[in-house]
Each structure stands twice: as C-alpha cells, then as structure tokens.
Design a protein around this ligand. Structure first.
Ligand code: CMC
Length: 391
C-alpha cells in the first residue's frame, strides 16, 4: 500500500485522542466521561448529561441550575430566522430544513464566531444546544401549517420540545411525565457516541477553522443517512412493510440473500448487544404500558424479529445485535412523534456530542487540519488530445 496505510471506512485507524466517551464494543458497554450509560439513563437528565459531556464532570446543584438557565435563555430563534422556514416547500423532509436552518445560524450570530476565544466557543455551544430543538419543532410545525411556537420557562428540555411541537394557541399540550421522561432518556442515549460518521464529519469540518454552526450543519447532513441516524425512521418503515409476524420468515430470507438489511441491527463498534438498545427496549415497555398499548403490534413484531435474528446463524456469525434505533422509533411513535421527526430528534440530542468533540479538538494546541491521503488508482500520465482528434 505504498507510503500510507490503506483503511477505507476507518476500520482500524484512530483519527484523534479523546476524553469524552468510551465504548467497549466486545462487552457492549458505553461510558460518558467514565459514567456507565445505564446509570445516567436511570438517574441523570439530559441537560445534566450535556454538562457532563461538555465539562468532564457532573455539575454541582448551582452549576446545574446555572446551566439549565443558560440553555433556556438561548432557546428562542431570531425572528428573522422564520423567513428561512417559509422559503422551504411544506412537504420538505425536516432534516433538509434542519441542515439549511442550522447552517444559517452563522449568518445571525457573528458575535460569537471567533473559534480561538473560549468564551465565544461557550456561547456558541449554548446557542446550538438551545436552538436546535426549537428549529426541529418549527420544521415540523411549518410542515403542518401551524404557527411557530416558543419555548416556555418552567419546563424541562424534553417537556419544552413536546410543548413546542404540539401546543397550539387554543390547546396547550398536556405533558405526561412518563412520556417526557422517556423522551429525555432517548436524548441521553443519543447524546454522544465517540467518533461515529457524523461526529467525525464535524471534527473534519472544524479542523479547517470553520465556525461551529457550519460544522454542526455538516454533522446533521451526515447523520441523515439510513446507515446512521436515518436508521430509526428506516426501522419503522421496515416494520410497516413487514406488516405482521407471518411475514417475518420471508423477510429474513431477503436479509440473508442481501436483498435488504435488517434495519436497527448491526454496528461498527458493538459486536455484542448495544447497551442503549437494552435501555430502549425497557423504556419501550414502560411507555406502551403507560399508554395501555402493551399489545401494540409493532412492538410485538419488533420483539419477534429480534428473537428470530438473535437465534439465526447469519446474525450470530456476523455478531449482529439490535442497536439503539431498533426500539427508539416505537417509543417515539407511541409518544405521538411523526416518523419524519425521528432523525431530527437524533440530531438535536447529538448536537451536544458534536459540540463537545468540536470543542475538545479546537482547544487542543496540537490540532491539525484533517487531511486523509489516498491510493491513486486512476489513469497514468498522458497527453492532451485536441477535440477533433478524439474518438
Ligand atoms: N442486516 C443484515 N446484514 C447486516 C446488517 C444488517 N443490519 N448489518 C451488517 N450486516 C452484514 C453485512 O452485510 C456484512 O455481511 P458480509 O460479511 O456477508 O458481507 C456483515 O454483516 C458486516 O457488516 P458491515 O456492513 O461490514 O459492517 P459495518 O461496520 O460496515 O456497518 C452498519 C455497520 C451499522 C452501517 C450496518 O450494520 C448497517 O447498515 N445496519 C443497519 C442500519 C442501522 O441500523 N444503522 C444504525 C446504527 S446505530 C445508530 C447510529 O450510530 O447511527
């Protein structure tokens, strides 16, 4: 392979050092700043986990309330930003709208774009974490023709998102604490996952010195793909297509013949159960019970698919297990979130992880522009041919 190591898809190359998140893929373990994901999902809340990811330590009570206040303060959008939404077709996918509108934030917040100033970096971090849910909710409201909504003081981050999505001037959304807790848990589980494709995209974009709003827009674009954040939407479409348990064997034949993938299964790093999937399955059970939907046919179908897949040699040999997105779509649907909003929800939750990685990289005095090399396999040197002499 000449001078360079050839590693397409980065199967064996570490591109950076990081202190943020650790995954043990063989054991199926995930830690944010050393804390097991199970403990955070059980005891923490999303904004506290954000503080942890960004600062390396859990906040004191005072730090926690200051942080919550700063996020709330930044949740509103400049009124002029609403013009951007109006420029999109109503039937646009909300991820298309998010890539555009989040990218446009750098046209509004010039006052915090000096990436070498730690205070600017911090303000940009607050702006992004606070505004991305508002943008996601407005993208949904625009698609429905609903008036734009505003965040409300006194609600948690997850409650505010539900309020911004669903409240109307004539009917305030009544927050069910079990559902809000489940959504908050989905946010925690998606908050970071070390050097996945979108985080690596954010790092690469940021390594040139681009501003954080532009970098996060790049991350959102990468996340959209069905192999990555788009998988949660793809899982629900797949469950709809399969329809019922009788059709599972035929579907599985198609998977083995490589006609289609079993979406929500497999992971580059986990060669064991994704610990997030375990928590998600339990949350799914809780939410469906709360809503009296324990006979939900999609949940039954998903459990049946999981059972069959885990016993099948095709999956055993390849170490394919359910990932975080296998059950998250069922939970989101039960909460009343439309399928097109699943990936925007992943994006809003992952924003903190992207920023934590971007900040870690920018603050590193040894940072270099990311510049992969290649193995050239094209034509050898040859001479230009005049157009009338070409055949
Ligand atoms: N269904 C069927 N076969 C699969 C699947 C699947 N979901 N995933 C991998 N395989 C097979 C693959 O065809 C290959 O088989 P073979 O050795 O015969 O060629 C083998 O397993 C190894 O897979 P790979 O594609 O080399 O693995 P990868 O690390 O490049 O891909 C992945 C990882 C997540 C892109 C892939 O497993 C996949 O496409 N899964 C479905 C999409 C999905 O659920 N993505 C969400 C990931 S978790 C949330 C996130 O982080 O975004």
């Amino acid at each position: 392979t000449g001078m360079f190591t050839f590693d397409p898809g980065f199967l064996a190359t570490a591109a950076c050092e990081s202190k943020i998140t650790f995954i043990d893929g063989d054991l199926g373990q995930l830690y944010y700043r050393g804390y097991p994901i199970e403990q955070l999902a059980e005891h923490s809340d999303y904004l506290e986990s954000c503080y942890l990811l960004l600062n390396g330590e859990l906040p004191t009570a005072q730090q926690k309330s200051d942080f919550d206040y700063m996020v709330l303060r930044h949740t509103m959008l400049h009124d002029q930003i609403h013009n951007f939404f109006r420029g999109f077709r109503r039937d646009a996918h909300p991820m298309a709208v998010m890539v555009g509108v989040v990218g446009a934030l750098s046209a509004f917040y010039h006052d915090s774009l000096d990436i070498n100033d730690p205070h600017h970096r911090e303000v940009s971090a607050f702006r992004l974490i606070a505004k991305v849910p508002t943008i996601a909710a407005q993208a949904y409201r625009y698609s429905k023709g609903l008036p734009f909504s505003y965040p409300k003081a006194g609600l948690s981050y997850a409650e505010n998102f539900l309020h911004m999505m669903f409240s109307t001037p004539v009917a305030e959304y009544k927050v069910n604490p079990v559902l809000a807790k489940a959504l908050d848990r989905i946010f925690i589980l998606h908050a970071d996952h070390e050097q996945n494709a979108s985080t690596s995209t954010v790092r690469l974009a940021g390594s040139s010195g681009a501003n954080p709003f532009a970098c996060i827009a790049a991350g959102i674009a990468c996340l959209w793909g069905p192999s990555h954040g788009g998988a949660n939407e793809a899982v629900l479409k797949m469950l709809d297509e399969i329809g019922s348990v009788e059709n599972v064997p035929a579907f599985m034949e198609g998977v083995k013949n490589k006609t289609h993938k079993l979406m929500g299964f497999g992971h580059r790093v986990y060669k064991n159960m994704d610990p997030r999937a375990k928590i998600m399955k339990q949350t799914c059970d809780e939410v469906l019970n709360e809503l009296g939907l324990h006979n939900d046919p999609k949940f039954k179908l998903a459990m049946e698919l999981e059972k069959i897949a885990l016993e099948d040699p095709y999956f055993i040999e390849r170490k394919l297990y359910p990932n975080v997105d296998f059950y998250s779509g069922i939970v989101l649907s039960a909460i009343g979130i439309p399928v097109a909003m699943f990936t925007p929800i992943f994006a809003l939750a992952r924003t903190v992880g992207w920023i934590a990685h971007w900040t870690e990289m920018i603050a590193d005095p040894g940072m270099k522009i990311g510049r992969p090399r290649q193995l050239y396999t094209g034509a050898q040197r040859r001479d230009y041919v005049q157009v009338d002499a070409r055949r």
